[in-house]
Design a protein around this ligand. Sequence first.
Ligand SMILES: [Zn+2]
Length: 334
Amino acid sequence: MNKDKEAEVFRSHRKLVNQSMAATKACYLIGCDAPTIRAHSISNKRLLLALSKDGHVMHFDRNSSDWGSLVETGRNAATTFQGMCGDHDKIFHPIDNYDYSIGNKEQEYLFAMRAAAKEFNTRRGMVHATHERILTNQTQDFPLSEAGLAMMENMFQPGFDLGLEDQKVTRRIFSDTYAKGKYHVIETAVMVVDEELPMAVSSTFNMELAYDGTLINDLSPDNYSNRMKPFFLTVFPQDGKTYVLMSYLRRDRKDYDFLHDLDKLDEKEKRIIVSNMITSYTENFTAEPEYWMSLNDETREKYSDLFASSLDPGHRPLVTDANFSLFPSDQTSK
Ligand SMILES: [Zn+2]
């Protein structure tokens, strides 16, 4: 397929997804049907402002078919989502208006909840879009072939549907615990890097392999019925350091216990772990434009390769490239 056609197909797909996102928008809290607002998934006041240049940030490009390319966007457009009503968005006051302090259970819980809410919102829209695509294939601008349609119906749809079911379980847990202040359902391991990474990340995913290669979540289709153990990642710069909050449900603590040892590793290793984790697992992040432009070519290439390799079959290691770092001090001039 040539580039123009590819871009056209991508745009048409994006249109369908946008319609589905609009059709499914609702507040994350179960039982709340107040209208949604454009909620920030990354703190506006505390982080987006600091990471923007002339009102712009670098953000993952959803309108491109180039794997892992970043585009400059308005700071408000970048990471907002329609998955919170005005009242419930205020839940996040303690992380939007105050710096993070290590060990603050409420803040750690809220970071995880916000990552979960954004992911749930995206998933629900994607599931809707997939069903729409299958139902209305013939009237789409670019109908899928018989084979393509069968693949979507038999391979992708069941995986998407189950992914949403998993997210619903997580949503139930947050809905049940937030008002009662039961923050201990979330445990958080913190890794502090002694240098600022000019990026902010908020994401939920099912980590596949632990640092030592132990299997945590098996995402292969044969194991679709397994209960997933979700992981919540929040990364941001604060006072000359980078804070990496790695959260999980307390009930999954056996699998994620190793995370508490990561902060003891040396600085270089920590920078590599964060960089790999962000690149292989997340899309919801922003980067400061001048910083992103200053990455050297090797890092850029590695970023694209790593991002693309996250789609390879087989379990994803926590660190795929042991020499990959997004930190400014590792960008030796070339
Ligand atoms: Zn609400």
